[in-house]
Structure formats: C-alpha cells, structure tokens
Design a protein around this ligand. Sequence first.
Ligand code: PEP
Ligand code: MN
Length: 341
Amino acid sequence: MDIIVLNQKATEKNINHILRKLESKGLKATISRGTEKTVIGVIGDTSRITEEEENAVRVMKGVEDVVRILKPYKLASRDFKAQNTIIKVKGKVIGGKKIPVIAGPCAVENRVIMMNIAEKVKAAGASFIRGGAYKPRTSPYSFQGLGEEGLKHLAEASRKTGLPVVTEIMDPRDMETILQYTDIIQIGARNMQNFRLLLEVGMCNKPVLLKRGLSATIKEWLMAAEYVMSKGNQEVILCERGIRTFETATRNTLDLSAVPVLKQKTHLPVVVDPSHGVGKWDLVAPMAKAAVAVGADGLLIEVHTNPENAMSDGEQSLKPDAFKKLMSELKLIAKAVGREI
Ligand code: PEP
Ligand code: MN
C-alpha cells in the first residue's frame, strides 16, 4: 500500500482519518494535492501491511484507489535480492550458466526399472534423477507409489550413478523419512497451496522444488515460495508445469511466458517441466527446446524404459533414446542463448 489516490469528493476530514490510520501502523505520509486528484504517498516499510489492511483503506471514505508498489512477497522478490539465487546440490548447480536436467520416471515402480532408467538418463547427460515414491493420484484406486521402499531404490540409483535425487513429499508426516533419501524435496502442483506443508519444508535444510499449482497465478505461486522462505529456507526452485486452461489438445497449457515474467519478479531459479505441461511424449521435445530458449534454469523430464506399461504418466514419458536425442539437440539451443546443457 504505497500510494493512496483520493477521489474528488475527499474532504479534509477524510484525509485526516486516513493519515491517522497510517500513523497507527507506524507509517508516515506525504500529500500531493493536484488540480485533478490528491495523492497520499506512504513512507515506511509497507511490506508488512496485509491484504486485509490494504482493503480496509480501499473502502475508506474519499479513497479511489490504492496502488501497492512493494510486492506482497518480500524474500522472493527481486527488489529484495537483485542477484540470482544459485543452488548447489552435491556438485550440481541450479541457477548458473549450465542448465541441469532432472530426469526419471513419474513413479518409482521397482528396483530394476529405477536402476535401469537412472543409468540411461545419466548416460544421456542428466544432472538429477527423479521418481515419485508418494504419488498424488487423482483416483484413490490408482498406483499410489511404493513409499519408503521407493525411496530406497532412488537412493541406490543415486549411489550407482552419482546423481542427486528429487522426489515429492505430500504429507509432513513423511518428512523425516524422505529427508534421509532425497537431495531436493518436490512440492507437487496439487500441494502448492498446502500451507502447512510449505511451512514444514521451510524448516528443513534441503532445497525445495515448488511446482506451480494447477490454476495458480504467478503471484500466488510466489506467495507460496514466500511461505517456504519465511521459515528460513531460502533455497526454493520454481517449476512451471502447465496450468489449466480451456484447451484440451494438451494435458495442460505450458505457460512459458511465466519464465521471463519470473525472471523480472524474482531471484529464484526457474525450472520447466514440459512433460506434465503437454502430457504427450511427442510434444515434450519442442517445448523443452522452447523452455531453454526463453531462459529456463533447468528442465524436468519424465523418462521411462517401457512407457506403454508405466504405472503412471507413460503417455508423456520419453524413451531413453528419445531423451538422449533431445539432450543433444538442446545443446545447440542452450548455446544460442548463452547457456550450456
Ligand atoms: C510429478 O512430478 O510426477 C507430478 C505429480 O507433477 P505435478 O505435481 O506437476 O502434477
Ligand atoms: Mn508424473
């Protein structure tokens, strides 16, 4: 709430009332009386003014509009920290010149499949392995993940390949277990506004990959990042994975404009997940290339050795050969925009 625009009917009494309200919040004001409009500039740290307080001013007599200049998210904003946040995990870097690729199956299905996929993605140049052990499935009758057993397979695949692990948490009660096996904690799209879960991962000492909610605006997404950061964990990686629109030709609509928008608004690294964004394997490569072209700091790509029989998201999973081909094609795009894969 940085600028309060008054309407022509505003009286001196109205203005004094607003000034007293600001004073009660420890804020000062300057008044500029124009021929058309009078404007109050608010001085002081307005970042702690809540949306409710802002709305209370908005409905005060004589007020036409309230323009907020300081963002409602602070720790996540570029105004607060101008330099890009760079996150280092076991020798891998997210937010630097090199664009890391997180690859693996949607779900960890068994040891053999997990080990096999991990070796294949490593050979193709992936920097992280992924796989869900706790799966957020739309149907309670679908495969829900192997739980801790799945985490053990991930950890073994990580030891074998040397690639760090990204896996999803759905419930704060699994935190202790998951932390023993993972290097980055994923918050899935469906939990982007699970505020208790956000606060919980905000208290742990591992980076958080925060996926964009199915119908979340960029502001809501950044507010979710702020929840994590408000508890002390500054290592948040944003992951665009497509949003719900009226379009049905793709599973979601991959909002690649979110990447340059976020680059202006936040210092946090931005990863793009074209797999969930499009939902079809043959659309993944073009969108992955586009993501690199618009400035993504990383990619998340689902890979499966046998997509036809995958227990989840087979239709959007690349076979290892297609993944390998994509990785080599991405090199050229990365080079064109001053990055590396
Ligand atoms: C996933 O990464 O497998 C997943 C469930 O993604 P999202 O939360 O984006 O749907
Ligand atoms: Mn998936």
